[in-house]
Design a protein around this ligand. Structure first.
Ligand code: SAH
Length: 255
């Protein structure tokens, strides 16, 4: 018996991995995070499977589902949104499973920050301009360690992807404005990969108002990055004819 933590992807039901989809089809117990996991993913379940929504369960109740499945010797597909490495409560669940001696495994998923970048058609790193992506959130009801405050993260000028922060956009703008000029680019993707996906492009000066006008309050990714405004970046080394790497020898260019 095993619990499979499966990243369901950002919303489009076709964006679950083949491995994840096969497990949803075969596991006799499905426990899914109701608020964001697409119905079509759960519809893959076997007609006889026990399908439970974890949306109104607390950690003890979720753990009880795992214990019951252990007693029945049934595998569990635990389906959650995006990828399990980011804001997924994976760690607290697996800590309980370890205490109970229940075996588990993680199947990765497409994260919403990746789906948002795809929606924007934007590479989040650009050669010699930006080589780092920071995944974080604004502190609100859930505290963020002070050393990770937005002002300090902004110092790097890395691409900043903010989860769980749509309602805190004014605070985000206030803190980032201490480091960046008002024309610093910010893009917001609401419900990336869903049919109702919306994109807002702006700057620190106008993004909060644009989000307010559009009534975007949840399921949105805020991406703050100079990459949106840089067109004259150099080509990468990957396809540079004078650069050798494991798969390709440099061409000798005659002077
Ligand atoms: N593990 C998930 C994140 C869960 S936290 C992942 O890897 O994506 C929930 C937050 O993720 C939301 O507040 C929002 O910021 C973001 N999010 C989830 N789905 C999204 C989507 N389809 N489009 C944009 N943002 C999304």
């Amino acid at each position: 018996m095993k619990v499979y933590f499966i990243g369901a992807g950002p919303g489009d039901p076709d964006l679950i991995t083949v491995k994840g989809a096969k497990l949803v089809e075969t596991c006799p117990v499905i426990l899914y995070a109701g608020s964001l996991v697409p119905k079509a993913v759960i519809e893959r379940a076997h007609p006889d499977a026990l399908v439970l929504n974890s949306a109104d369960m607390d950690l003890d109740e979720i753990t009880a589902v795992y214990q019951q499945a252990q007693q029945n010797n049934q595998d569990v597909a635990r389906v959650q949104t995006g990828d399990l490495s980011i804001y997924s409560s994976l760690a607290e669940q697996t800590r309980r499973l370890n205490q109970l001696g229940i075996d588990w495994q993680v199947i990765p998923g497409v994260s919403s920050f990746q789906a948002s970048a795809a929606a924007l058609g934007q590479e989040l790193t650009l050669p010699e301009e930006c080589q780092t992506i920071i995944l974080s959130r604004a502190s609100g009801r859930t505290p963020v360690p002070d050393k990770e405050n937005l002002k300090s993260l902004a110092q790097h000028e890395a691409t900043l992807c903010l989860f769980l922060s749509a309602t805190l956009i004014r605070k985000v703008v206030r803190e980032l404005s201490e480091v960046y000029p008002q024309n610093w680019p910010v893009c917001v993707v609401e419900k990336a990969s869903h049919p109702e996906q919306r994109i807002i492009r702006g700057t620190l000066a106008d993004i909060a108002e644009k989000m307010h006008q559009a009534k975007i309050r949840s399921t949105a990714m805020i991406i703050v990055s100079k990459v949106f405004a840089i067109d004259d970046f150099v080509d990468s080394k990957l396809y540079d004819p004078s650069f050798s790497h494991g798969c390709r020898k440099a061409k000798v260019i005659d002077e």
